[in-house]
Design a protein around this ligand. Structure first.
Ligand code: DGY
Length: 327
């Protein structure tokens, strides 16, 4: 039997290969570096399926080079790396991996909140530099997290999981979402406010919306200037939601207390990025979903979505539902 051809754009875990092998004629890009554009344009020529990730830009040009493509299965919950409108026009299914990384990303968000509020990285460096000569009441004093106000931008699954954690810390929970989520407000104990009010009132502002044209640079100079001088901005969603130049000024000129970032406008973030020079900015390399459980879940879910679509069935996590006219 002729198997459908599919391309996996990065080294994927065995749990995904087990699902695909024997069912798909598979080609896997085995190197750590993302495949060069020219290679992708050639390699996708006959492919019916693509298992992509956030390092692969899937645009009109790439889809044009893959006339047989029927499914783009993204190994991520976010899919801003894919031109979904172009895929829909071509009748290509786009899928993502929701749910499996919700807890991991919410946990990392809280790790960032606690790390920056309690100056953990600075404290660790202080100890190792031999500066811990004596315990004093004022050394490395940070912000109290319990009982403070958190402002969640984007109350989707990850935003809700962050709210649940905030509840455990007795925090006052505000949220802003494109559409008000009255259905979950009571469940997670969050109060809907306009974005300006959220920025003015919150001690911690944390971003969990997706990146699209309406959220690009959502947080710029105007918004950062609305925040409290004692507030911390956390971003574990997408770098381009925040204007990095404005954030640098906000942190270096102390409009706000600091920031904690898992994501950047350009990734991997260049080492000469000015934000990296600031002691009040905590940075990690896009590890929101980097727990064993989440990553294996993403691998399996993206493989299942790919296989289901290649078998002509509606994949579980179809993003562009309008493409599925068969039901
Ligand atoms: C996602 O799933 O969108 C993450 O950012 C990648 O881990």
């Amino acid at each position: 039997m002729l198997l459908p051809k599919a391309y996996v754009g990065f080294k994927i875990q065995d749990v995904a290969l087990k699902i695909l092998e024997g069912n798909v004629d598979l080609e896997v890009w085995e190197q750590d570096e993302a495949p060069p554009r020219e290679t992708l344009l050639t390699d996708l020529k006959d492919m019916e399926g693509l298992l992509s990730g956030i390092t692969i830009r899937v645009d009109e040009e790439l889809m044009g080079a893959a006339p047989n493509l029927r499914v783009i299965s993204n190994y991520a919950v976010g899919y801003d790396n894919i031109d979904v409108a172009a895929a829909t026009k071509r009748g290509i299914c786009v899928t993502n991996t929701p749910e499996v990384l919700t807890n991991a990303t919410a946990d990392l968000t809280f790790a960032l909140i606690l790390t920056s509020a309690r100056r953990i990285i600075e404290a660790s460096a202080y100890l190792r530099a031999g500066d811990w000569k004596v315990w004093t009441p004022e050394a490395l004093v940070g912000r109290e997290v319990a009982g403070s106000t958190i402002g969640i931008i984007g109350l989707g699954q990850i935003g809700q999981a962050v709210a649940k954690r905030a509840h455990g810390f007795d925090m006052n929970i505000l949220y802003y979402n494109r559409t008000r989520r009255q259905d979950v407000e009571a469940v997670v104990g969050a109060k809907y406010v306009k974005i300006d009010e959220l920025l003015r009132e919150s001690d911690f502002v944390t971003i969990h919306c997706s990146l699209d044209a309406s959220t690009r640079n959502l947080i710029g100079e105007h918004e950062l200037r609305l925040m409290k001088k004692t507030a911390i901005l956390v971003n574990a969603a997408r770098g381009a939601i925040v204007d990095q130049r404005a954030l640098y000024r906000a942190c270096s000129e102390e409009w706000i207390l600091g920031a904690a970032l898992d994501v950047f406008e350009s990734e991997p973030v260049p080492l000469d990025e000015p934000l990296l020079s600031l002691p009040n900015v905590t940075t990690v390399p896009h590890i929101g979903s980097a727990s064993r459980g989440a990553r294996d879940g993403m691998a399996m879910r993206s493989a299942e979505n790919l296989l289901t679509a290649l078998r002509g069935r509606r994949p579980r996590d179809l993003v562009n539902r309008e493409v599925w006219k068969k039901d």
